[in-house]
Ligand binder design. Sequence first.
Ligand code: PRP
Length: 222
Amino acid sequence: MNDKEILVLALPKGRILKEVMPLVRAAGIEPEAAFDDKDARQLRFATNHPHIEIIRVRSFDVATFVAFGAAHLGVAGGDVLMEFDSSEIYAPLDLNIGHCRMSIAEPEALRGEDDPRTWSHVRVATKYPEITKRHFAKRGVQAECIKLNGAMELAPTLGLCQRIVDLVSSGATLRANGLVEIEKIAEITSKLAVNRTAWKTRPGEIGGWIDRFREAVNAHAS
Ligand code: PRP
């Protein structure tokens, strides 16, 4: 079997993986044992299907692999897909996992005296500069983004800037850092991401897997 016939499924490392795996397994894909071995340095895993492989990469890299067709299918958060905004990625199925929201937050102390409607310029620390700029541009506000890759909540306390755009789930991280949400930008869930060309050239196979994931999502919900 040559590499062209292999179907690569890209999964995100980290806490979302725990929620994703029951769906992957319910869709009928079982990775080799090394996949669950935390110490394994392997990045590419065989499955119970000889022509399906799983790769485990950082969440933003799922979008990169799928956009360039290096992975045919992937699981990506709505946050990553919005930030990436690629015409090469279709997201035909909401997996109904990884629920959170993307919000703007600022120090509690600032909230009383602050009126976001009067801003013409705002400086924001975020992992999501494109989403942030687009969001503020819609109402004529210029957003100057300071790109961080995590721990955005540190920015206000250390004087980097007063506002952040970040994912909020329980709200515990914001509270622990004296921050409050002042506006929600979007509700976020994880989606099945599909490379556009792969779907066009292998419609039966890719469509079949989308259907199996859909059935897994529906069974999970009921
Ligand atoms: C995410 C997010 C917040 C936190 C929100 O970070 O960036 O920091 O979770 O969750 P909460 O509202 O339940 O406290 P994550 O732990 O995924 O790591 P990161 O900082 O590397 O993005």
